[in-house]
Design a protein around this ligand. Structure first.
Ligand SMILES: [Zn+2]
Length: 141
């Protein structure tokens, strides 16, 4: 297994009526020329279903310069009907993400949990403060 020092949280940047499960994201990422397809390790659908994007042992493709030592977790959504960045997570997504973060924290207790925008400040992704929301799951300094 790789060394994991970061868990990076994303939104898929789609509007409420748009689908973005692993199969859609896989197509988009292949269209960008990423031959391993879906760059996230997990995608959380609006109904709370957690889909596997790629195995944890495989390096992801979701955050420039930080892929090698991280896990990418994405929720379906992130834009409102007008296309503006918003935390659009459903109650089921919030619960599923919390459950996944608890599980990942148990597995990788030294990994920091951060939103994508911490590393790429020009992006709104994931449209909520992940470090703050999961502060109880952050490594003890
Ligand atoms: Zn992102």
């Amino acid at each position: 297994m790789r060394t994991i020092s970061l868990i990076i949280v994303h939104s898929s940047a789609v509007r409420p009526y748009q689908q973005s499960g692993v199969s859609e994201i896989d197509r988009w990422h292949r269209a960008r020329g990423w031959k391993n397809g879906c760059g996230y390790h997990f995608v959380i659908r609006r109904d709370g279903t957690t889909e596997i994007g790629r195995p944890l042992a495989m390096v992801g493709a979701h955050c420039q310069n930080h892929n090698r030592h991280s896990i990418g977790v994405c929720y379906e959504g992130g834009l409102n009907n007008e296309g503006f960045p918003r935390d659009t997570r459903s109650r089921a997504q919030v619960q599923a993400m919390r459950q996944l973060m608890e599980q990942l924290h148990t597995q990788f207790p030294k990994a920091l949990i951060m939103g994508h925008n911490v590393f790429t400040p020009t992006k709104a992704c994931p449209c909520f403060n992940a470090a703050e929301e999961y502060r109880d799951l952050q490594p003890i300094p």
